[in-house]
Ligand binder design. Structure first.
Ligand SMILES: Nc1ncnc2c1ncn2[C@@H]1O[C@H](COP(=O)(O)OP(=O)(O)OP(=O)(O)O)[C@@H](O)[C@H]1O
Ligand SMILES: [Mg+2]
Length: 401
């Protein structure tokens, strides 16, 4: 029921590019699937995003060039030009919606078949359809048969089937433009994966997803919340506030340029005021020239925005707050000094250490988490998969040069 575009049929599909189109940077990772559960990272590349404003495609040719640059860099580092790719979806207009579905089983035997489930999910998808939106994921999280919860209803006997599903939709216009963009680059799109599902593969273990975990991904212009429990993504929300919002606040309050505000945020910034001594001073370059200010003043600007963001997040989570016992903070904005400290103090939650993620022995830093996660999620959903080369393919590979 996901939006996978083409079936997986050829051996060279073992080499796949994951493309993360972020509001500040595009990251590309090239991986070779070397077994049903294994992969090797072959290459990486990034480029600064242009053509995208607040997650909306404003200039497609500019965006195409940005993606092309990141792909070229990754291909150069891998020494290979793969065709197949999986991408994420820019955040503008991404919505999450829970939907209940029900169907009466009419067949004589009343044995539930796969086609009954597919029919129920199709009806759920139709009921959830929003104008100008395209369903990116339909994630069924639970079923019940004649009022009794069941994990998999196929093969069971019953007459009334119900389902609970999370439906994630993106803007139709954006999705169409993305598909056109990938075609322009002579790549073959194998699927679109939202950031939360991709990140879930990288920063959470299956145990975290079962127990209840919230990923807070603070990017450039957006903060994405993705909540997992009982093993599935069950809830999500996107706020149009991110690391770039804090940089802009600093630039406005201190009357400095955006690059200077970015420098100050990363080097001297702290979300936790208790970490700033009231007497410490820093040098800044304002529009009027060099100045000395109290570091605490910079941190107060940051703290005010973080306070607003955390209040918004808390309000949006509402009654589900106790469900997420663990919190994973990620995205470039999540690297802000003192942020994890503030969140753990305020919410009394277990802040997960990304070092305990399932693939941390393979990945360095956070830049390619979404790109790699998109590949791994696509493999999990069998949109891509490992193909054991047959003899003739090995001979063809051998005589290629
Ligand atoms: N060490 C750091 N401390 C604080 N902020 C940082 C740090 N490093 C990066 N950032 C911020 O992270 C943000 C970019 O994050 P990221 O790369 O995750 O965004 P993105 O994936 O392009 O955007 P999005 O996911 O919202 O589409 C920028 O605003 C940048 O200032
Ligand atoms: Mg991102």
């Amino acid at each position: 029921m996901d939006n996978w575009l083409t079936p997986n049929t050829r051996h060279d599909e073992n080499i796949v590019m994951g493309i993360d189109i972020g509001s500040t940077k595009v990251s590309v990772m090239i991986c070779e699937l070397t077994g049903t559960d294994e992969f090797e990272i072959l290459g990486i590349g990034t480029s600064v995003t242009s053509g995208l404003s607040k997650g909306q495609i404003m200039a497609l040719p500019e965006l195409v060039k940005t993606i092309e640059r990141a792909i070229k860099r990754a291909q150069l580092s891998a020494g290979i030009n793969p065709v197949y790719c999986v991408i994420n979806c820019p955040q503008h207009g991404v919505t999450y919606q829970r939907e209940r579905g029900e169907a009466t089983i009419q067949a004589d035997s009343r044995v539930i078949k796969e086609k009954d489930i597919q029919g129920l999910l199709k009806k759920t998808k139709e009921a959830a359809a929003l104008p100008n939106k395209t369903v990116l994921h339909l994630l069924a999280s639970s079923y019940s048969l004649d009022g009794t919860p069941v994990i998999n209803p196929v093969g069971r006997i019953g007459s009334f089937l119900e389902s609970e599903a999370l439906i994630v939709q993106g803007e139709t216009q954006t999705v169409k433009q993305l598909i056109a963009c990938i075609k322009t680059l002579d790549c073959q799109l194998k699927g679109i994966v939202i950031d939360g599902l991709a990140l879930g593969e990288i920063v959470l273990t299956q145990q975290n997803r079962e127990k209840g975990a919230l990923i807070i991904d603070i990017g450039g212009q957006f903060t994405k919340l993705n909540g997992f429990y009982d093993g599935h993504l069950q809830w999500g929300h996107v706020f149009p506030i991110g690391g770039a919002t804090i940089t802009k606040d600093i630039a406005q309050c201190l009357k400095v340029t955006i690059p200077e505000a970015e420098r100050l945020k990363i080097i001297y910034g702290d979300a936790c005021l208790a970490n700033c001594s009231p007497t410490e001073t820093i040098q800044i370059v304002t529009h009027q020239g060099k100045q000395t200010i109290k570091r605490r003043y910079l941190c107060q600007i940051i703290e005010a925005r973080i306070d607003e963001l955390l209040k918004l997040i808390r309000k949006e989570i509402g009654d589900m707050f106790p469900t997420f016992t663990d919190v994973q903070i990620t995205g470039g904005g999540g690297l802000l000094n003192g942020l994890k400290q503030v969140i753990s103090q305020r919410w009394d939650k277990q802040i997960l250490d990304r070092k305990n993620g399932p693939y941390q022995h393979k990945v360095n830093g956070i830049t390619y988490d979404t790109a790699l996660g998109a590949i791994l999620y696509a493999r999990k959903k069998e949109a891509i998969g490992y193909f054991k080369p047959n003899k003739s393919q090995i001979i063809q590979q051998f005589f290629k040069f």
